[in-house]
Design a protein around this ligand. Structure first.
Ligand SMILES: O=P(O)(O)OC[C@H]1O[C@H](OP(=O)(O)OP(=O)(O)O)[C@H](O)[C@@H]1O
Ligand SMILES: O=c1cc[nH]c(=O)[nH]1
Ligand SMILES: [Mg+2]
Length: 219
């Protein structure tokens, strides 16, 4: 897997990551969502450099401008619910992308510290020969990414696969690196050291879905 950890190069991205982590600033849910969206825009911009480009001529009022434009058929798939603001950020740049949504949540059936990933909702166009971008802001154990990719398989074989995440734990990064094809790209804004016994990334930021959209009752 090609791992692109964007925080290795200091940039304005660090400001947005620092704000979503900050226990005071993150309480402003509108700012939290907007920061995730801005991070999505930056990750999308970096990812765009790896796409395929073709020559293009643009007629201006005064002449012809020659450039290259990407030609990929992109399907942008986000994991509900925390993936929604990240999806919006990516869609701001890949505005012609087709879109897919998939739900994945942790079900704590027997013990608060053990859970399984439940995939219930899935809306997806054909993925055959397309560029699939699979986005989820948190990559903790990596089980949600792997379970959702598995659920997408009946929709066709993508030409290339890009995973997008905001904060990952090293364990989750290692797990997806093992489970996905070696040609897969991971574009990630920060990689943290550990996961606690409840599956939260440390230091992480807490629960991204709750911070974006409010608390939910456990089923
Ligand atoms: O890498 P994993 O260990 O699978 O954990 C990451 C998943 O956990 C969070 O979702 P959550 O279950 O909290 O659902 P939510 O988005 O509805 O809050 C997050 O948005 C990821 O989907
Ligand atoms: O730290 C974590 C792990 C999973 N999901 C979150 O929202 N945060
Ligand atoms: Mg959550």
């Amino acid at each position: 897997m090609h791992i692109h950890n964007l925080s290795e190069t200091p940039s304005i991205l660090n400001t947005f990551i620092s704000e979503i982590r900050d226990k005071t600033i993150q309480k402003d849910s509108m700012r939290f969502r907007r920061n995730i969206e801005r991070i999505g825009e930056i990750l999308g911009y970096e990812l765009s450099k790896s796409l395929n480009f073709e020559a293009h001529k643009t007629e201006t009022p005064l002449g012809t401008s020659e450039t290259v434009l990407h030609k990929n058929d992109i399907v942008l798939c986000s994991i509900l619910r925390a993936g929604v603001p990240l999806h919006n950020g990516l869609l701001n740049y890949f505005d012609a992308a087709e879109n897919a949504f998939i739900s994945a949540y942790r079900q704590h059936k027997h013990h608060p510290e053990s859970f399984e990933i439940i995939v219930e909702y899935l809306a997806c166009p054909s993925l055959e020969n397309k560029t699939l971008i699979l986005a989820d802001p948190m990559l903790a154990t990596g089980q949600s990414m792997v379970a959702t990719f598995e659920a997408l398989k009946p929709f066709g074989t993508p030409k290339e696969v890009h995973l997008i995440s905001v904060i990952g734990a090293q364990k989750g990064v290692d797990y997806v690196a093992k489970e996905f094809n070696s040609s897969t790209h991971l574009w990630i804004a920060a990689i943290d050291k550990t996961i606690n016994d409840k599956g939260y990334i440390i230091p992480g930021l807490g629960d991204a879905g709750d911070l974006a959209f409010g608390n939910k009752l456990q089923q």
